[in-house]
Ligand binder design. Structure first.
Ligand code: SF4
Length: 591
């Protein structure tokens, strides 16, 4: 079984035991790897209604078949569980070098269940698995300090996937970290790891991945690199990285500003890519990636990878902060503490809004760096007013009696593309399988980022959303990075080596649709229905100014688009896949 190791490592944290089991061949055939395998394991292991922070919520780490080979960007790891932020499924992706090392150690997937009787760090060195006591040694450390300690004590090539102080405190938007700056950011996987009394999984492997006809595979990868990867389409990655989006999204009136009051930030020019170029020191890449989109910047003594666009939007414009060094310091604090910058920025902006409206007294104000600086530390450790912000936007706004101010869908904070400036993103957020997410359908590419579709209409967007969601589910079997421009022709080259035969566009897209429907069944089993696929009240208020002034997605327009989306998907009017749809997709599970 080339490309796969064929082994799954199961860690029972309650018993502190490790066992190895075979990777089911039928699951590989249907779900390939990454997101597909992760959701299939989740469907099997997660009892309906389980509390996300209970020992019974499994934490799953899944590689893709191309991790550990030279396939570009496929070093990414899929991380999943039931999300403590949303109660939906959670799949989150992280670059760096953990997934290849996991394969070299002899495993495709790790399934973590239970809760350890005391904090531990799990060390995996090929076949040897140890549960090391973490109290007084690793527990409590910030992410960079932990990695440094592991390197000092265990060796420079050990790879660490860890939770930070925020995850130890079960903050529902705590992330997982690896290679210091790489984060499985959204949805709270860090809290689930913390709930298991698990500080980190550390891996070191001395094996290799068999890649079929290696010479032919290398020839094809090289051709793809020259013809499809190191091209003008992808040049933005190494030239600017995601910060280039600030200018474009702001111009479209879609950059969330001051807790979503408007979509155009008057200080956007000060936080855009051109300014970051002045302080850029180098670019970095994940293992297996020739694109090197990771921009490293120096702000005085502070060296920081990032801020990425989402951080500039939600921790910058949305908090009224127009100073790059201030945003970078906030970003750095979140990284060290293991907090998702997107949700943290969103909840701080909400807190500023609540203060301004007299609904809270945290001493925070839009554009004021003083309280802003202290927020990540207080949130991560649940100290002072940080304990209330650690609830996340949905629960904080409800606590303060202002639920209409919370920018979330299903409990996950909205990304930095305001649907009032790019309508299709709203449909993508509402139908995303893990709450508001811009990575599953990215229709902004078809309107405000150079496409020709009208930004203020949902016409044609349901089918486009379905297609993009299915493609993302397919691409995250690999696990290819969303920053690289790819299509099914590109993926088919890889599948030719994986499956030893040619594949069609339709066959590959069916894999994506199968995985998406599997995710829908998981969420339906957790009680989510049509009424949960909706936009938050905060988006019903039109912007007073900017390019999207006066525009909102009306309830009638959204409802019609959702009907159409369900129809294209082959779901009934309540968003439940029909038997015919499930059979057509050869899904092997039912509700
Ligand atoms: S494009 Fe960037 S985030 Fe994606 S794999 Fe390459 S370096 Fe990592």
């Amino acid at each position: 079984m080339d490309f796969y190791i064929g082994r799954v490592l199961r860690l029972d944290m309650t018993a502190l035991t490790a066992t190895v089991e075979p990777l089911p061949a039928e699951w590989i055939r249907l779900y390939v790897g990454g997101k597909g395998l992760l959701l299939r394991y989740l469907f099997e292991e997660l009892a309906p209604g389980t509390d996300a922070l209970a020992p019974e919520n499994p934490l799953i780490l899944a590689s893709g078949p191309f991790a550990g080979t030279a396939a570009a960007t496929c070093s990414r790891l899929a991380v999943g569980c039931k999300s403590p932020a949303t109660g939906t499924l959670l799949d989150s992706y992280v670059g760096g070098s953990f997934a290849p090392e996991l394969k070299f150690a002899g495993y495709d997937v790790i399934v973590v269940t239970g809760r350890a009787p005391h904090p531990v760090l799990v060390l995996v060195e090929d076949d040897r698995v140890e549960f090391l006591p973490a109290e007084g040694r690793f527990w409590g450390l910030e992410t960079a300090a932990l990695e440094e300690k592991v390197r000092e004590e265990m060796g420079p090539w050990h790879k660490v996937l860890s939770t930070g102080p925020a995850g130890e405190q079960l903050v529902p938007f705590a992330c997982l970290s690896t290679d210091q700056y790489h984060k499985a950011g959204r949805g709270g996987a860090g809290a689930v790891m913390g709930s298991k009394n698990l500080k980190a999984v550390v891996v070191r492997g001395t094996g290799a991945v068999k890649a079929g006809d290696t010479a032919a595979f290398a020839r094809d990868l090289l051709a793809l690199q020259e013809e499809r990867i190191l091209t003008a389409d992808n040049a933005w990655t190494w030239e600017e990285g995601t910060p280039y989006l600030v200018e474009v999204v702001n111009a479209a009136g879609a950059l969330p500003t001051r807790n979503w009051r408007t979509g155009q930030f008057e200080d956007a020019a000060a936080i855009q890519s051109a300014e970051l170029q002045h302080v850029r020191t180098k670019i970095r890449a994940c293992t297996q990636c020739p694109l090197a989109c990771r921009q490293v910047h120096r702000f005085g003594d502070h060296i920081c990878e990032g801020p990425e666009f989402e951080t500039l939007g939600l921790c910058g414009a949305n908090c009224g902060i127009g100073d790059l060094a201030t945003i970078a310091a906030f970003n750095g604090a979140c990284d060290e503490l293991g907090l998702d910058t997107m949700s943290t920025g969103a909840v701080v902006a909400l807190a500023m809004d609540l203060c301004e409206k007299g609904a809270a007294d945290y001493g925070l104000a839009f554009g004021d760096a003083e309280g802003y600086h202290t927020a990540p530390g207080l949130i991560a450790r649940r100290e002072g007013w940080g304990a209330e912000l650690a609830l996340g936007t949905r629960d904080l706004a409800a606590l303060k009696g202002r639920p209409e101010l919370a920018p979330h869908i299903k409990g996950l904070e909205l990304p930095s593309y305001d649907p009032r400036g790019t309508f299709g993103m709203g449909l993508g957020y509402a139908t995303s399988d893990r709450g508001a997410c811009h990575m599953r359908a990215f229709t902004a590419a078809d309107d405000i980022l150079g496409g020709e579709a009208p930004a203020d209409s949902l016409e044609g967007k349901p089918a486009l959303t379905v297609e993009q969601q299915d493609f993302s589910a397919l691409a995250w079997t690999g696990v290819w990075c969303a920053n690289m421009y790819i299509d099914t022709d590109f993926l088919a080259v890889h599948f030719r080596h994986l499956w030893g035969r040619e594949t069609s566009h339709d066959e590959l897209m069916t894999i994506g649709a199968r995985i998406w429907n599997l995710g829908r069944l998981l969420n339906l089993r957790e009680g989510f229905r049509r009424e949960d696929d909706r936009l938050p009240a905060i988006l019903a208020v039109p912007h007073p100014d900017g390019a999207a002034a006066g525009k909102t997605v009306s309830a009638a327009e959204f409802g019609a688009a959702l009907d159409e989306y369900y129809r294209v998907r082959g779901w009934d009017a309540d968003g439940v896949p029909t038997e015919k749809t499930l059979a057509k997709l050869s899904l092997d599970v039912r509700l």
